[in-house]
Design a protein around this ligand. Sequence first.
Ligand code: ADP
Ligand code: ZN
Ligand code: MG
Length: 475
Amino acid sequence: MQYEPVIGLEIHAQLKTNTKIFCNCSTSFDQQPNLSTCPVCLGLPGALPVLNKKVIEYGIKTALCLNCKIADKNIFARKNYFYPDLPKGYQISQFELPLGLGGFINIGEKDNQKRIGITRLHLEEDAGKLLHRADGSLVDFNRTGIPLMEIVSEPDLRTAKDAKEFVVKLRDILLYNGVCDCNMEQGSLRCDANISVRKAGAKEFGVKTEVKNMNSFRFMQKALEYEIERQIDELESGGRIIQETRLWDEAKGVTVSMRSKEEAHDYRYFPEPDLVPVMVSVQWVEDIRKTIPELPDEKKERFVSQYNIPEYDAKVLTTSRDLADYFEDCAKLYSDAKIVSNWIMGELLREIKNDNTDIKDCSITPKMLTDMLGLIKKGVISGKIAKQVFEDMYKTGDAPQDIIEKKGLKQIMDPNAIRSIIKEIMAGNPKQVRLYRQGKTKIIGYLVGQVMKHTKGKANPQLVNKLLAEELKRD
Ligand code: ADP
Ligand code: ZN
Ligand code: MG
């Protein structure tokens, strides 16, 4: 029996504002517990929230990028529940009137795109953090009132891989807009997945479970794959799926039941009486729209057409704005964009990944990289030596010209110099020379190798080949 998985995601993104959503406390992470608090975010009686305008701006910006309709009237609501990390006894969120409604993200390649619906985007405050220790439980309220954006997808995803691609796309949009730092390990991007399976061809959805605690893209894909299999096995063996929340246990590679969700919670939502409705004018939306940067998909397409590079290259080069800018800065200085792309995707990204650093902190500037490419083109250095120069540039931050000078890496282009080395090598390898002259012409490769070795890779290989063939034919 074939089953089809159905997946819908709920994503919480922490907005990168300097201060919290309803007070002036800092959102900075590295603070001592409970220092970044005030009567408002501690929920002390009589304290009144004041909305941070930046939160609405960031929300609108994101909602526009997700093709949502923007609500002109925004009402915050109280979501009532008790939990020790929620000092007010309610969370201020949006319920009936979220900021963004009915959008989508396209996933897949150009000719095989799938449109994944976005149900809603709303704003809310985060809760605090509990720390459970042997001597008791502690609560840190630094996080209460940190602005969050919740994005809910339609149940349009059908595979774990697609779900991952959806979140990666969403992350790229958030990063490009600078509204969230999207650090999954630190929890600034949190993803909950709702999963059900149904028999292929069935119209009705199956009962869903919600999987939490997946703090990387890779874990998310693994967790979803596991959960899909688990549900199918359960149904195949005659069981039923219980609506519940499950946690991904990365160490064991399984999802485990956390709590049943059979009864719907009643949060007793009601409009937050301490905040006025937020009216969003068309003008404000249009002003914000103007601040949206070119998004990854558009950039990718432009790179393909403007620089004539393969789609794959364009995709890699647009994974971050900084990387894309780096590439474009190089492409302005060196006309063969594909060569630029090769060096960035190969050598540069490898070094950066090894060091776990950022392109922004890279010691090789676009000018240095393209100067080096120019030197290869002019024949001053060979492509092989260039890799050595590249590594040196990366380590020292020195200009390629200086490195070549200092280390004597200039390519040997002088035919006379090469010819005399060839003669030396031929004299030292009479057997190979004889074999060549007897018709075993393939042996020339060995002799070229000897010349290159002798010159520490500096002789121009084309010239070596040409002159060596001449010398071998001469008798
Ligand atoms: P709940 O009331 O349990 O919160 P919602 O209808 O609000 O459920 O949906 C929450 C998330 O679950 C959304 O992302 C939605 O796309 C997804 N979802 C809803 N029904 C299913 C289902 N049967 N299988 C998988 N995902 C689902
Ligand atoms: Zn505060
Ligand atoms: Mg719901």
